[in-house]
Design a protein around this ligand. Sequence first.
Ligand SMILES: [Zn+2]
Length: 445
Amino acid sequence: MKVPVALAILISQAALADVVVLKGATLIDGTGRAPQQNAVLIVEGGRISGVGAAGKVAVPEGARVVDLKGRTIIPGLINAHGHVGLVAGGQNRPDAYTRENVQAQLVQYERYGVTSVLTLGLNRDLVYEIREEQRRGAAPGASLFTAGRGIGAPGGAPPVPVAPDQVYRPKTPEEAAAEVDEAAAHKPDYFKIWVDDVFGKFPKMEPAVFKATIDAAHRHGIKVASHVFYLADAKAVIGSGVDALAHSVRDQPVDDELVTMMKKRGTFYVATLNVDASFFAFADDPSMLDDPFLAAALPAESVQQFRSPEYRAKVAADPNVPKARAALANGTRNLKMLHAKGVHIAFGTDSGANPARIQGWAEHRELELMVAAGLRPMDALVAATRGSAAMLGVSDRGTLEKGKRADFLVLAGNPLDDIRNTRKLVSVWHDGREIQPRVASASVQ
Ligand SMILES: [Zn+2]
Protein backbone atom coordinates (compact mmCIF):
# COMPACT_ATOMS: atom_id res chain seq x y z
CA MET A 1 0.00 0.00 0.00
CA LYS A 2 1.21 3.46 -0.88
CA VAL A 3 1.04 5.97 1.98
CA PRO A 4 0.10 9.47 0.84
CA VAL A 5 2.94 11.96 1.30
CA ALA A 6 0.98 14.21 3.70
CA LEU A 7 0.15 11.22 5.91
CA ALA A 8 3.73 9.99 5.83
CA ILE A 9 4.88 13.38 7.09
CA LEU A 10 2.29 13.27 9.88
CA ILE A 11 3.48 9.81 10.92
CA SER A 12 7.13 10.84 11.01
CA GLN A 13 6.26 13.97 13.00
CA ALA A 14 4.38 11.88 15.55
CA ALA A 15 7.44 9.67 15.92
CA LEU A 16 9.71 12.67 16.25
CA ALA A 17 7.54 14.14 18.99
CA ASP A 18 8.90 11.28 21.12
CA VAL A 19 12.39 12.56 20.47
CA VAL A 20 13.47 15.13 23.04
CA VAL A 21 16.39 17.49 22.58
CA LEU A 22 17.68 19.03 25.80
CA LYS A 23 19.96 21.93 25.00
CA GLY A 24 21.98 24.63 26.68
CA ALA A 25 22.85 22.85 29.96
CA THR A 26 26.24 22.17 31.47
CA LEU A 27 26.62 18.40 31.19
CA ILE A 28 28.60 16.23 33.60
CA ASP A 29 28.66 12.84 31.92
CA GLY A 30 29.82 10.59 34.77
CA THR A 31 33.08 9.57 33.13
CA GLY A 32 35.10 12.13 35.07
CA ARG A 33 35.77 14.21 31.96
CA ALA A 34 35.48 18.00 32.27
CA PRO A 35 31.87 19.18 31.97
CA GLN A 36 30.50 20.09 28.55
CA GLN A 37 29.19 23.66 28.44
CA ASN A 38 26.18 24.44 26.23
CA ALA A 39 25.52 20.75 25.67
CA VAL A 40 22.97 18.95 23.54
CA LEU A 41 21.46 15.70 24.81
CA ILE A 42 19.02 13.79 22.61
CA VAL A 43 16.63 11.25 24.15
CA GLU A 44 14.90 8.72 21.98
CA GLY A 45 13.05 5.59 23.05
CA GLY A 46 14.49 5.64 26.56
CA ARG A 47 18.06 5.91 25.30
CA ILE A 48 20.54 8.66 24.59
CA SER A 49 20.79 8.89 20.80
CA GLY A 50 23.19 11.82 20.72
CA VAL A 51 25.22 13.92 23.16
CA GLY A 52 27.88 16.59 22.82
CA ALA A 53 28.56 20.26 22.23
CA ALA A 54 25.91 22.42 20.56
CA GLY A 55 26.61 22.56 16.84
CA LYS A 56 28.46 19.24 16.89
CA VAL A 57 25.44 16.96 17.38
CA ALA A 58 22.89 16.57 14.60
CA VAL A 59 19.50 17.67 15.98
CA PRO A 60 16.54 15.93 14.33
CA GLU A 61 13.90 18.29 12.98
CA GLY A 62 10.49 18.14 14.57
CA ALA A 63 11.76 16.92 17.93
CA ARG A 64 10.56 18.48 21.17
CA VAL A 65 13.20 20.94 22.32
CA VAL A 66 13.74 21.77 26.00
CA ASP A 67 15.90 24.80 26.75
CA LEU A 68 18.05 24.13 29.83
CA LYS A 69 20.30 27.17 29.79
CA GLY A 70 21.67 27.74 33.29
CA ARG A 71 20.92 24.14 34.34
CA THR A 72 23.32 21.27 34.97
CA ILE A 73 22.74 17.65 33.93
CA ILE A 74 24.29 14.71 35.79
CA PRO A 75 23.66 10.96 35.41
CA GLY A 76 20.97 9.44 37.65
CA LEU A 77 22.41 8.33 40.99
CA ILE A 78 23.00 4.59 41.45
CA ASN A 79 22.77 3.42 45.04
CA ALA A 80 24.76 0.20 45.30
CA HIS A 81 23.76 -0.35 48.92
CA GLY A 82 20.14 0.34 49.77
CA HIS A 83 17.19 -1.53 51.27
CA VAL A 84 13.44 -1.67 50.75
CA GLY A 85 10.55 -3.04 52.78
CA LEU A 86 12.26 -2.91 56.18
CA VAL A 87 10.65 0.26 57.57
CA ALA A 88 6.97 1.22 57.67
CA GLY A 89 5.41 4.19 59.48
CA GLY A 90 8.81 5.27 60.80
CA GLN A 91 9.65 1.88 62.38
CA ASN A 92 11.48 -1.32 61.53
CA ARG A 93 8.82 -3.99 61.29
CA PRO A 94 8.93 -7.67 60.27
CA ASP A 95 5.69 -7.12 58.32
CA ALA A 96 6.99 -4.12 56.34
CA TYR A 97 8.03 -6.11 53.26
CA THR A 98 4.80 -5.72 51.29
CA ARG A 99 4.39 -5.06 47.59
CA GLU A 100 2.77 -1.70 48.31
CA ASN A 101 5.54 -0.55 50.66
CA VAL A 102 8.39 -1.74 48.45
CA GLN A 103 6.92 -0.02 45.42
CA ALA A 104 6.32 3.23 47.33
CA GLN A 105 9.95 3.19 48.46
CA LEU A 106 11.22 2.59 44.92
CA VAL A 107 9.13 5.55 43.78
CA GLN A 108 10.60 7.67 46.56
CA TYR A 109 14.14 6.81 45.45
CA GLU A 110 13.27 7.75 41.89
CA ARG A 111 11.68 11.06 42.83
CA TYR A 112 14.90 11.98 44.66
CA GLY A 113 17.04 11.21 41.63
CA VAL A 114 18.16 7.69 42.54
CA THR A 115 17.36 5.98 39.25
CA SER A 116 18.83 2.58 40.16
CA VAL A 117 19.22 0.83 43.50
CA LEU A 118 20.77 -2.44 44.62
CA THR A 119 18.73 -3.71 47.57
CA LEU A 120 21.54 -5.41 49.42
CA GLY A 121 19.89 -8.18 51.41
CA LEU A 122 16.86 -8.72 53.70
CA ASN A 123 14.47 -9.03 50.77
CA ARG A 124 11.55 -11.42 50.61
CA ASP A 125 11.36 -13.44 47.38
CA LEU A 126 8.61 -11.00 46.36
CA VAL A 127 11.51 -8.78 45.25
CA TYR A 128 12.09 -10.99 42.20
CA GLU A 129 8.45 -10.61 41.10
CA ILE A 130 8.66 -6.84 41.42
CA ARG A 131 11.96 -6.80 39.52
CA GLU A 132 10.35 -8.84 36.75
CA GLU A 133 7.33 -6.55 36.55
CA GLN A 134 9.62 -3.55 36.33
CA ARG A 135 11.61 -5.07 33.50
CA ARG A 136 8.35 -5.54 31.61
CA GLY A 137 7.59 -1.86 32.22
CA ALA A 138 4.69 -2.72 34.52
CA ALA A 139 5.98 -1.30 37.82
CA PRO A 140 7.25 2.19 38.68
CA GLY A 141 10.22 3.47 40.65
CA ALA A 142 14.00 3.25 40.69
CA SER A 143 15.36 0.35 38.62
CA LEU A 144 15.64 -2.53 41.03
CA PHE A 145 18.72 -4.70 41.41
CA THR A 146 18.71 -7.09 44.32
CA ALA A 147 20.77 -9.39 46.47
CA GLY A 148 17.66 -11.24 47.65
CA ARG A 149 17.78 -12.44 51.25
CA GLY A 150 21.52 -12.54 51.92
CA ILE A 151 23.51 -14.73 54.28
CA GLY A 152 23.80 -13.69 57.94
CA ALA A 153 25.06 -15.35 61.12
CA PRO A 154 22.87 -17.44 63.46
CA GLY A 155 22.01 -15.22 66.44
CA GLY A 156 24.15 -12.45 64.97
CA ALA A 157 24.37 -9.87 62.19
CA PRO A 158 22.22 -8.49 60.72
CA PRO A 159 20.38 -7.59 63.96
CA VAL A 160 17.29 -6.32 62.13
CA PRO A 161 13.73 -7.44 62.97
CA VAL A 162 12.66 -9.17 59.76
CA ALA A 163 10.51 -12.16 58.90
CA PRO A 164 12.30 -15.56 58.71
CA ASP A 165 12.02 -15.59 54.90
CA GLN A 166 14.09 -12.40 54.58
CA VAL A 167 17.55 -13.73 55.51
CA TYR A 168 19.44 -17.03 55.64
CA ARG A 169 21.45 -17.84 58.75
CA PRO A 170 23.43 -21.03 57.92
CA LYS A 171 25.22 -22.90 60.72
CA THR A 172 27.66 -24.77 58.49
CA PRO A 173 29.49 -24.24 55.19
CA GLU A 174 27.34 -26.99 53.64
CA GLU A 175 24.14 -25.22 54.68
CA ALA A 176 25.48 -21.95 53.31
CA ALA A 177 26.30 -23.48 49.92
CA ALA A 178 22.86 -25.12 49.71
CA GLU A 179 21.15 -21.81 50.51
CA VAL A 180 23.20 -20.01 47.87
CA ASP A 181 22.15 -22.68 45.35
CA GLU A 182 18.50 -22.15 46.30
CA ALA A 183 18.75 -18.36 46.05
CA ALA A 184 20.71 -18.51 42.78
CA ALA A 185 17.66 -20.01 41.05
CA HIS A 186 16.09 -16.53 41.30
CA LYS A 187 19.10 -14.96 39.57
CA PRO A 188 19.93 -12.29 42.15
CA ASP A 189 22.10 -9.44 40.86
CA TYR A 190 24.48 -9.82 43.80
CA PHE A 191 24.89 -11.81 47.00
CA LYS A 192 25.28 -10.28 50.43
CA ILE A 193 27.05 -11.53 53.53
CA TRP A 194 27.37 -9.96 56.98
CA VAL A 195 30.70 -10.31 58.79
CA ASP A 196 30.50 -8.28 61.98
CA ASP A 197 29.98 -8.65 65.74
CA VAL A 198 28.03 -5.34 65.93
CA PHE A 199 30.14 -3.50 68.53
CA GLY A 200 31.10 -6.78 70.18
CA LYS A 201 27.55 -7.86 70.91
CA PHE A 202 27.07 -10.94 68.70
CA PRO A 203 28.94 -13.98 67.39
CA LYS A 204 30.52 -13.33 63.99
CA MET A 205 30.10 -15.46 60.87
CA GLU A 206 32.71 -18.24 60.73
CA PRO A 207 35.33 -17.83 57.98
CA ALA A 208 34.50 -21.32 56.65
CA VAL A 209 30.88 -20.19 56.18
CA PHE A 210 31.71 -17.01 54.28
CA LYS A 211 34.28 -18.83 52.18
CA ALA A 212 31.70 -21.48 51.23
CA THR A 213 29.14 -18.76 50.46
CA ILE A 214 31.51 -16.79 48.22
CA ASP A 215 32.68 -19.93 46.40
CA ALA A 216 29.10 -21.09 45.80
CA ALA A 217 28.01 -17.66 44.56
CA HIS A 218 30.96 -17.51 42.18
CA ARG A 219 30.10 -20.97 40.83
CA HIS A 220 26.79 -19.38 39.81
CA GLY A 221 28.58 -16.39 38.31
CA ILE A 222 27.19 -14.04 40.96
CA LYS A 223 29.30 -11.47 42.81
CA VAL A 224 29.30 -11.02 46.58
CA ALA A 225 29.32 -7.88 48.72
CA SER A 226 30.19 -8.08 52.40
CA HIS A 227 29.07 -5.99 55.31
CA VAL A 228 32.27 -5.29 57.28
CA PHE A 229 33.40 -3.06 60.12
CA TYR A 230 36.87 -4.31 61.05
CA LEU A 231 40.04 -4.13 58.97
CA ALA A 232 40.90 -7.75 59.77
CA ASP A 233 37.51 -8.95 58.50
CA ALA A 234 37.85 -6.85 55.35
CA LYS A 235 41.13 -8.61 54.60
CA ALA A 236 39.64 -12.01 55.43
CA VAL A 237 36.64 -11.66 53.09
CA ILE A 238 38.76 -10.20 50.29
CA GLY A 239 41.19 -13.06 50.78
CA SER A 240 38.22 -15.39 50.30
CA GLY A 241 37.31 -13.64 47.06
CA VAL A 242 34.59 -11.14 47.97
CA ASP A 243 33.90 -8.60 45.21
CA ALA A 244 32.82 -5.54 47.20
CA LEU A 245 32.99 -4.13 50.70
CA ALA A 246 29.51 -2.79 51.43
CA HIS A 247 30.63 -0.44 54.22
CA SER A 248 33.74 1.43 55.32
CA VAL A 249 36.51 -0.11 57.34
CA ARG A 250 35.80 1.71 60.58
CA ASP A 251 37.85 0.31 63.46
CA GLN A 252 41.21 1.74 62.42
CA PRO A 253 43.10 3.28 59.49
CA VAL A 254 43.40 1.04 56.45
CA ASP A 255 46.91 -0.10 55.54
CA ASP A 256 49.00 -0.85 52.47
CA GLU A 257 48.20 -4.57 52.68
CA LEU A 258 44.47 -3.87 52.21
CA VAL A 259 45.16 -1.41 49.38
CA THR A 260 47.32 -3.96 47.59
CA MET A 261 44.71 -6.70 47.97
CA MET A 262 41.86 -4.49 46.73
CA LYS A 263 43.79 -3.16 43.74
CA LYS A 264 45.05 -6.59 42.73
CA ARG A 265 41.57 -8.11 42.84
CA GLY A 266 39.60 -5.06 41.71
CA THR A 267 37.47 -5.06 44.88
CA PHE A 268 34.89 -2.27 45.11
CA TYR A 269 34.55 -0.07 48.17
CA VAL A 270 31.21 1.43 49.24
CA ALA A 271 31.82 3.81 52.13
CA THR A 272 28.21 4.39 53.37
CA LEU A 273 29.38 7.28 55.58
CA ASN A 274 25.68 8.04 56.03
CA VAL A 275 25.35 4.91 58.18
CA ASP A 276 27.63 6.13 60.96
CA ALA A 277 26.37 9.72 60.75
CA SER A 278 22.76 8.54 61.02
CA PHE A 279 23.31 7.49 64.65
CA PHE A 280 23.57 11.11 65.83
CA ALA A 281 23.13 13.67 63.01
CA PHE A 282 19.56 14.74 63.84
CA ALA A 283 20.23 14.87 67.59
CA ASP A 284 23.32 17.02 67.00
CA ASP A 285 21.55 19.37 64.61
CA PRO A 286 17.75 19.20 64.66
CA SER A 287 17.67 22.21 62.30
CA MET A 288 18.50 19.75 59.50
CA LEU A 289 14.83 18.75 59.75
CA ASP A 290 13.75 22.26 58.73
CA ASP A 291 14.90 21.48 55.20
CA PRO A 292 11.82 20.42 53.17
CA PHE A 293 14.13 18.30 50.99
CA LEU A 294 14.70 16.09 54.05
CA ALA A 295 11.31 16.44 55.74
CA ALA A 296 9.43 15.41 52.58
CA ALA A 297 11.33 12.11 52.58
CA LEU A 298 10.06 11.22 56.06
CA PRO A 299 6.69 10.28 57.52
CA ALA A 300 5.41 13.02 59.85
CA GLU A 301 5.88 10.77 62.90
CA SER A 302 9.61 10.46 62.16
CA VAL A 303 10.09 14.22 61.79
CA GLN A 304 8.39 14.68 65.15
CA GLN A 305 10.39 11.90 66.73
CA PHE A 306 13.78 13.20 65.52
CA ARG A 307 12.93 16.70 66.82
CA SER A 308 11.89 15.50 70.28
CA PRO A 309 13.89 15.92 73.51
CA GLU A 310 13.29 12.19 74.14
CA TYR A 311 15.16 11.33 70.95
CA ARG A 312 18.08 13.58 71.90
CA ALA A 313 18.19 12.01 75.38
CA LYS A 314 18.15 8.52 73.85
CA VAL A 315 21.04 9.36 71.52
CA ALA A 316 22.97 10.99 74.39
CA ALA A 317 22.57 7.82 76.49
CA ASP A 318 23.34 5.30 73.72
CA PRO A 319 26.75 3.72 74.41
CA ASN A 320 27.12 2.96 70.68
CA VAL A 321 26.94 6.62 69.65
CA PRO A 322 30.51 7.54 70.70
CA LYS A 323 31.60 4.40 68.80
CA ALA A 324 29.66 5.56 65.74
CA ARG A 325 31.37 8.96 65.92
CA ALA A 326 34.78 7.27 66.00
CA ALA A 327 33.66 4.96 63.19
CA LEU A 328 32.66 7.93 61.03
CA ALA A 329 36.03 9.58 61.63
CA ASN A 330 37.83 6.38 60.59
CA GLY A 331 35.53 5.77 57.64
CA THR A 332 36.02 9.32 56.42
CA ARG A 333 39.82 9.05 56.56
CA ASN A 334 39.80 5.62 54.96
CA LEU A 335 37.63 6.70 52.03
CA LYS A 336 40.01 9.51 51.21
CA MET A 337 43.02 7.21 51.48
CA LEU A 338 41.56 4.37 49.37
CA HIS A 339 40.35 6.79 46.70
CA ALA A 340 43.77 8.46 46.54
CA LYS A 341 45.40 5.04 46.13
CA GLY A 342 43.17 4.21 43.17
CA VAL A 343 40.86 1.60 44.71
CA HIS A 344 37.50 1.29 42.87
CA ILE A 345 34.99 3.46 44.70
CA ALA A 346 31.26 2.79 44.30
CA PHE A 347 28.42 4.49 46.11
CA GLY A 348 25.85 3.51 48.72
CA THR A 349 24.06 4.69 51.81
CA ASP A 350 22.31 1.76 53.53
CA SER A 351 19.17 3.88 53.20
CA GLY A 352 15.99 2.05 54.07
CA ALA A 353 17.73 -0.13 56.68
CA ASN A 354 16.22 1.86 59.55
CA PRO A 355 14.14 5.02 60.01
CA ALA A 356 17.18 7.32 60.30
CA ARG A 357 18.62 6.12 56.96
CA ILE A 358 16.31 7.94 54.64
CA GLN A 359 15.75 6.77 51.09
CA GLY A 360 16.35 9.50 48.53
CA TRP A 361 17.68 12.08 50.95
CA ALA A 362 20.52 9.86 52.21
CA GLU A 363 22.06 9.66 48.74
CA HIS A 364 22.47 13.44 48.52
CA ARG A 365 23.77 13.46 52.08
CA GLU A 366 26.31 10.73 51.22
CA LEU A 367 27.68 12.84 48.35
CA GLU A 368 28.11 15.70 50.80
CA LEU A 369 29.90 13.45 53.31
CA MET A 370 32.19 12.08 50.59
CA VAL A 371 33.21 15.61 49.64
CA ALA A 372 33.68 16.48 53.32
CA ALA A 373 36.00 13.45 53.44
CA GLY A 374 38.21 15.12 50.86
CA LEU A 375 37.00 13.79 47.52
CA ARG A 376 36.42 16.39 44.81
CA PRO A 377 32.73 16.80 43.90
CA MET A 378 33.57 15.24 40.51
CA ASP A 379 35.05 12.16 42.23
CA ALA A 380 31.97 11.73 44.40
CA LEU A 381 29.67 12.03 41.37
CA VAL A 382 31.72 9.53 39.36
CA ALA A 383 31.54 7.04 42.25
CA ALA A 384 27.75 7.50 42.46
CA THR A 385 27.25 6.89 38.74
CA ARG A 386 29.96 5.10 36.76
CA GLY A 387 31.45 3.58 39.93
CA SER A 388 28.25 1.91 41.06
CA ALA A 389 27.42 0.76 37.51
CA ALA A 390 30.85 -0.90 37.35
CA MET A 391 30.25 -2.66 40.67
CA LEU A 392 26.90 -3.93 39.38
CA GLY A 393 28.58 -5.03 36.16
CA VAL A 394 26.07 -3.15 33.98
CA SER A 395 27.20 -1.19 30.94
CA ASP A 396 23.89 0.44 29.98
CA ARG A 397 23.93 3.18 32.63
CA GLY A 398 26.18 5.26 34.87
CA THR A 399 27.43 7.63 32.17
CA LEU A 400 25.69 9.90 29.67
CA GLU A 401 27.00 8.60 26.37
CA LYS A 402 25.38 7.64 23.10
CA GLY A 403 23.43 4.37 23.41
CA LYS A 404 23.16 4.44 27.22
CA ARG A 405 19.88 4.63 29.09
CA ALA A 406 18.39 8.11 29.41
CA ASP A 407 18.71 8.18 33.23
CA PHE A 408 19.75 11.68 34.31
CA LEU A 409 18.99 14.60 36.61
CA VAL A 410 18.46 18.24 35.68
CA LEU A 411 19.73 20.53 38.45
CA ALA A 412 19.29 24.24 39.12
CA GLY A 413 22.88 24.51 40.34
CA ASN A 414 26.24 23.00 39.46
CA PRO A 415 27.37 20.35 41.98
CA LEU A 416 31.01 21.00 41.05
CA ASP A 417 30.59 24.43 42.71
CA ASP A 418 28.82 22.98 45.75
CA ILE A 419 27.96 19.30 46.04
CA ARG A 420 24.71 20.25 47.82
CA ASN A 421 23.49 21.49 44.46
CA THR A 422 22.53 17.89 43.62
CA ARG A 423 19.50 18.62 45.84
CA LYS A 424 18.32 21.37 43.48
CA LEU A 425 16.36 18.90 41.39
CA VAL A 426 14.44 20.41 38.51
CA SER A 427 13.53 17.09 36.93
CA VAL A 428 14.47 13.43 37.03
CA TRP A 429 14.66 11.51 33.76
CA HIS A 430 14.42 7.77 34.12
CA ASP A 431 14.37 5.49 31.10
CA GLY A 432 13.68 8.58 28.96
CA ARG A 433 10.60 9.61 30.94
CA GLU A 434 10.50 12.89 32.81
CA ILE A 435 9.48 12.63 36.48
CA GLN A 436 8.68 15.42 38.89
CA PRO A 437 11.04 15.43 41.86
CA ARG A 438 9.54 14.87 45.31
CA VAL A 439 10.52 18.41 46.29
CA ALA A 440 11.04 21.30 43.91
CA SER A 441 14.43 22.94 43.62
CA ALA A 442 13.44 26.14 45.43
CA SER A 443 13.71 24.36 48.78
CA VAL A 444 17.48 24.49 48.84
CA GLN A 445 19.53 27.67 49.19
ZN1 LIG B 1 22.65 -2.63 54.47
